[in-house]
Design a protein around this ligand. Sequence first.
Ligand SMILES: CC(C)(COP(=O)(O)OP(=O)(O)OC[C@H]1O[C@@H](n2cnc3c(N)ncnc32)[C@H](O)[C@@H]1OP(=O)(O)O)[C@@H](O)C(=O)NCCC(=O)NCCS
Length: 219
Amino acid sequence: MGNRELLIFGAGGFGREVAAWAERASWEGRGVTVLGFIDDHAPTGELNGRAVLTLETAGARHPGAGVIATVGEPRLRERLIGKALEAGLVPAPPLVHPNVEYDPATVEFEEGVVVCAGSLLTVNIRVECHAQINLDCTVGHDAVIGAYATLSPGVHVSGNVTLESHSFLGTGAVTVNGLPGRPLRVGTGAVVGAGAVVTRDVPAGVTVTGIPARARETG
Ligand SMILES: CC(C)(COP(=O)(O)OP(=O)(O)OC[C@H]1O[C@@H](n2cnc3c(N)ncnc32)[C@H](O)[C@@H]1OP(=O)(O)O)[C@@H](O)C(=O)NCCC(=O)NCCS
């Protein structure tokens, strides 16, 4: 069987980083061919030796190709995926860097997920669709990484933690562990600032920073 084809939506820094290793990953034994970037705001042509296409062109030339969106902001990532599907692309299988360590029997990656080099996931973990795990993260046992969640580089998620959909954890953020049957929760759309240490549940939509992490004053 031939390689499967991948389009990377977003020609920014993270997109270029992922493009640099994506062809060393595999999808159920099949190789990956990167067709190029989709970006309606970058100049079309070539970037790092790969084509840069508008979404319209990508959909017309490569119907049925797999797509990932390489932007960190969860809601924007969801919008880009929605547009890509409307243009005739399909969600890519999970793209996991070949040096990522995890137990394949108990760790589940859903479609559109990206996991970068140096990350380590232990056991009994679900990473839901289009979540992004950047460089050098660790995820402990019995964790759920929700759909469209973002783990920036160097995030550490302890055991029994649920990061709900669209949550964003900045570089170097840490969550302490929850308990069996009572996971520590970072709510939907919550933001955890770079370097914060989360010691208790974060409500949906709230931004927390610091050690221990506290909600930021608003207004
Ligand atoms: C927490 C965060 C979302 C706040 O963003 P913001 O609302 O735009 O905040 P600002 O940059 O305007 O900073 C407001 C204040 O909070 C402070 N602050 C910002 N981020 C902070 C953080 N992570 N921890 C502690 N204090 C922080 C700033 O120093 C500033 O303080 P001041 O008013 O005394 O000068 C953001 O700073 C952050 O940490 N984002 C994560 C970025 C990241 O890791 N990206 C990954 C790229 S791969």
